[in-house]
Design a protein around this ligand. Structure first.
Ligand code: PLP
Length: 436
């Protein structure tokens, strides 16, 4: 009899949480590591938000609460969504969750049977592919292309829709590419859904980066397209907008009250509820006027960093980096470096069991980390299916300008360090995260 259930072998992960052990190892070896791997704002949550939570704890608001979420917070979310998306929302359609991550599994568990097809962006947030596979659905990656600014259009989507399609996942602004779908893209996508998919097909719209959007653009949601709120599970939260990643606060807006009840039931089964004092702090984040200015100044900083990082990367021979339109990541193409350093050839010469766990961009990621002290994420960390031959890294701009500049300088050095790369390959260690 085996210890673990069979399904455990297909459980995916989010490598952003895995890289910490490798960074620690590098630091123990005496390297100072520049962390360009971070998926969270490097700002603190605002004092007014912190104080609200402390006040609530002191007042004893520390017990179980409504599994769907505190009513006044849900009302505040409904108002926010109405104001920003132009769609009236009833607080009974809102479910508060511990971060924006739980609604991903709730959605697949609620609507998708084993064997049904789920279309999701790749590169994309890795938890989509993880849950699709874990729950026995058929993963259908929608490949985002650099040449299209990592957006996709109605044609790209139409090719993937089949009678077995049950769910479409979209994420704009996108992690890891920073791509943003335009209003017209969303209208075209909605039209394809209306024309080709059954009414029971749902769209999961991950809008967690709704406030981190550049060049004066306004966030657009597919739920604002007429007829789409009825089909869309819209998810957002406080992790990125208010730098509250560790608070674990997110929410889903469901098309109907009945569907929200299913999500409520998942909360009952899994977490019971999100802590009430955290929800009160989340309400303060949405409602206190001073937070608008705090979010705006964080946005300005991300925007300034993005300019410097993209310009710096594009000056490195072998890198091509498109200008992201949102989120706090850049997603450079490192194909030229892979060629120049002989990474593709080195990868092809590795034994099959190691090759299965790595890729050319993973080898450069690990070389960069262990030999030049820069932590980044590889292409494979954002969906593995069909990622072969794509040589990209994700760099986060959630670190200070000085560190970003130093990180780029080191990437420039690594990009020419053929001798160092050969030594790394010969040594035969650290070919992927967590490898010895
Ligand atoms: N969706 C996307 C696209 C993300 O990038 C993240 C976090 O990195 C999440 C969801 C999860 O957010 P949270 O930390 O609120 O669970």
């Amino acid at each position: 009899m085996k210890l673990y259930a069979d399904r455990i072998s297909v459980l995916g992960t989010e490598s952003a949480f895995k890289i910490g052990d490798d960074i620690r190892q590098c630091e123990e070896m005496g390297l100072s590591v520049i962390r360009l791997n971070l998926g969270e704002p490097d700002f603190a949550s605002a004092d007014n938000i912190n104080e609200e939570a402390i006040k609530e704890i002191k007042n004893g608001n520390t017990h179980y609460t409504d599994p769907q979420g505190v009513l006044s917070f849900r009302q505040s979310i409904a108002k926010h969504v109405h104001e920003t998306r132009g769609v009236p929302v009833d607080s009974a359609q809102v479910v508060v969750t511990s971060g924006a991550k739980p609604p991903i599994s709730y959605t697949i568990m609620s609507y998708v049977n084993p064997g049904d097809e789920v279309i999701y962006p790749s590169p994309g947030f890795p938890i989509y592919e993880s849950w699709v596979t874990f729950l026995g659905a058929k993963p259908v990656p929608l490949h985002l292309e650099e040449s299209k600014g990592f957006r996709f259009n109605a044609n790209d989507l139409e090719k993937l829709i089949s009678p077995s399609t049950k769910l479409l996942i979209i994420n704009s602004p996108s992690n890891p590419t920073g791509g943003v779908l335009t209003e017209q893209d969303l209208r075209d996508i909605a039209q394809v859904i209306k024309d080709t998919a059954d009414e029971s097909v749902r769209i999961f719209s991950d809008e967690i980066y709704e406030d981190i959007i550049f060049d004066g653009r306004k966030h657009k949601s597919i739920m604002s397209v007429p007829g789409m709120a009825e089909r869309t599970v819209m998810v957002s939260g406080h992790s990125k907008s208010y730098a509250m990643t560790g608070w674990r606060l997110g929410y889903a807006v469901l098309p109907t009250v009945d569907e929200a009840k299913i999500f409520r039931q998942f909360n009952i089964n899994i977490i019971s509820c999100t802590p009430p004092f955290i929800q009160e702090a989340g309400k303060a984040a949405l409602e206190k006027p001073e937070n608008k200015a705090i979010v705006a100044s964080m946005l300005r900083e991300f925007e300034a960093r993005r300019e410097v990082v993209v310009e710096g990367l594009n000056q490195i021979d072998g890198i091509h980096c498109v200008m992201p339109e949102g989120a706090f990541y850049v997603f450079p193409n490192i194909g030229g470096i892979c060629e120049r350093l002989g990474i593709i050839e080195a990868y092809e010469n590795l034994p099959p069991d190691i090759r299965a766990n790595t890729s050319p961009s993973s080898l450069f990621q690990m070389f960069l980390l262990y030999h030049h002290g820069v932590a980044t994420m590889d292409r494979k960390s954002f969906g593995t299916i069909g990622s072969e031959g794509q040589h990209y890294l994700r760099l986060s701009t959630a670190t200070s300008m000085d560190l970003l500049k130093e990180g780029i300088r080191r990437i420039g050095l690594a990009s020419k360090d053929r001798k160092g790369f050969q030594e790394y390959i010969t040594r035969g260690e650290h070919f992927y995260l967590g490898a010895s």
